[in-house]
Design a protein around this ligand. Structure first.
Ligand code: PEP
Ligand code: MN
Length: 463
């Protein structure tokens, strides 16, 4: 790619920049990262898996598959432990199974895991207990504890991020290949205190239909080659810390199919792959057309996401697509829309029409979380299950009406029994939020709310 290098972003204006006091420390950290191997060293190499995901997302863009993406808003290094990784993997697998049943299509799973360590913030500083200090920017930048010293950006955290990412991925893949992903094994399908008998009955029906189908597949022996026993989960995070991403972006040989497409023969070609994850996205705050983040993203071969909200003009959206995907590769870009339940009807139709007219064929994914954040009267950040569901339902209807395809959803969720979002069948109220409010950034769906949402969305597709 002409005039692009992994570091060409440094010539552009940048938003959400991190100012390190310790310039030598940054240099040392980046030198160290640059020497470490691509973090995704499976048997077939990072490029292979990234290209596989890209091929799958092409199918989503064409309406033949669905993508489920979910995980924490801010992942801490501390979440790199057996229980939390397994809980998240199980939840994503359960949800995907319900969605396969609902949409009647293969479901591609992408976790916000093994690298979702950097956060954009609306304000660079905050006041805690009367003391002004830098805001928490995520574990690869500073520490959460309310101490101005700990809140100082610390470059050695960039190196820690690499090792926590690698350890998380290692355990994730080990669990998937050692039976956790065996969907025949007894899963906890319970939904807790489901309030209305009608909803409960609907759930039980779906669960037994899914179980029957699995039993049938096993009986006739078609489960193994259909991936029922070992599912894949790809990893993703916001590509916010460009210093970090740059060092892990490597020039790798393209898988042979890609080489063939690139130059019309099977001669090997190579591309720059961001090996910190399979999928990276650009946040709503850093997607300026002439900014550093777009410059970095336009050069990588990975499938990428762009968050789009009410502040995105339709012509700017098309201009962005032209920059990051000039060859109009189908499914290369996932547009992750996050308008809010009360605004989606105003913005999504125009965005769909403009993109259609441009000839780009992206994956359309609905993030029903980030446009629906609100504070309770006592100042606790939360989201209402009804708003989340309402935005998803409208997204589906608007795409249908426009002859477009809603290919996926993007959620903030956790496998833990947290109390951060209001509502759901268990009837969590604002008063109950204090019980287990453990997020370090935005409020997440707990495992019951997430699974319930999957059931309800599956129901929309079945309608
Ligand atoms: C996020 O996904 O956590 C996030 C910050 O989203 P957005 O860029 O859409 O605000
Ligand atoms: Mn968030």
């Amino acid at each position: 790619m002409a005039d692009w290098t992994p570091s060409s972003w440094t010539t552009k204006p940048i938003k959400q920049d991190v100012v390190y006091e310790d310039a030598q420390g940054v240099k040392d950290a980046l030198t160290r990262l640059q020497k470490l191997p691509p973090a995704r060293h499976y048997s077939r190499g990072a490029a292979h898996y990234i290209a596989n995901l890209k091929a799958s997302l092409r199918e989503v863009a064409l309406g033949n598959a669905f993508v489920l993406q979910g995980g924490d808003c801010a992942e801490l290094f501390d979440y790199c432990n057996q229980e939390m990784i397994e809980a998240k993997v199980k939840l994503l697998l359960q949800m995907s199974l319900v969605l396969i049943w609902g949409a009647n299509k293969p479901v591609i799973r992408i976790a916000r895991i093994a690298g979702q360590f950097a956060k954009p913030r609306s304000s660079p500083t905050e006041t805690v207990n009367g003391v002004e200090m830098p805001s928490f920017r995520g574990d690869n930048i500073n520490g959460f504890d309310a101490d101005p010293e700990i809140r100082k950006p610390d470059p050695s955290r960039l190196v820690s991020a690499y090792f926590h990412s690698a350890a998380t991925l290692n355990y994730l893949r080990a669990s998937l290949s050692s039976g956790l992903a065996d969907l025949h094994s007894p899963l906890d399908w319970g939904l807790g205190h489901v309030i209305t008998p009608a909803i409960k009955e609907q759930y039980s029906k779906i669960v037994s239909a899914v179980k029957d189908a699995l039993r049938f597949m096993r009986t006739v022996g078609i489960d193994k080659d259909r991936g029922v026993e070992t599912a894949d989960i790809y990893t993703s995070h916001e590509g916010l810390s460009l210093e970090y991403e740059q060092t892990l972006t490597r020039n790798l040989r393209d898988p042979i199919e890609r080489s063939a497409r690139n130059i019309g023969s099977a001669e090997p070609t190579s591309s720059f792959y961001a090996t910190s994850a399979h999928f990276l996205w650009i946040g709503d705050r850093t997607r300026q057309l002439n900014g550093a983040h777009i410059e970095f993203f336009r050069g990588i071969a990975n499938p990428i996401g762009i968050k789009i909200g009410p502040s995105m003009a339709a012509d700017e959206l098309v201009a962005l697509l032209d920059v990051v995907n000039p060859r109009k590769e189908i499914g290369k870009v996932t547009l992750i829309s996050r308008y809010g339940a009360s605004k989606i009807a105003q913005f999504l139709p125009g965005h769909i029409a403009a993109v259609k007219a441009s000839g780009h064929v992206p994956v359309w994914q609905c993030d029903p979380m980030h446009g629906n954040t609100q504070a309770t009267p006592s100042g606790v950040k939360t989201r209402h299950f009804t708003d989340i569901l309402a935005e998803l339902k409208q997204a589906l209807e608007i795409h249908r009406a426009a002859g477009s395809f809603l290919g996926g959803m993007h959620l903030e969720l956790t496998g833990e029994a947290v109390t951060e979002c209001v509502g759901g069948a268990a009837g969590l109220t604002e008063d109950g939020l204090g019980e287990r409010y453990t997020t370090f950034c935005d409020p997440r769906l707990n495992e019951k709310q997430a699974l319930e949402l999957a059931f309800l969305v599956a129901g929309f597709y079945r309608e």
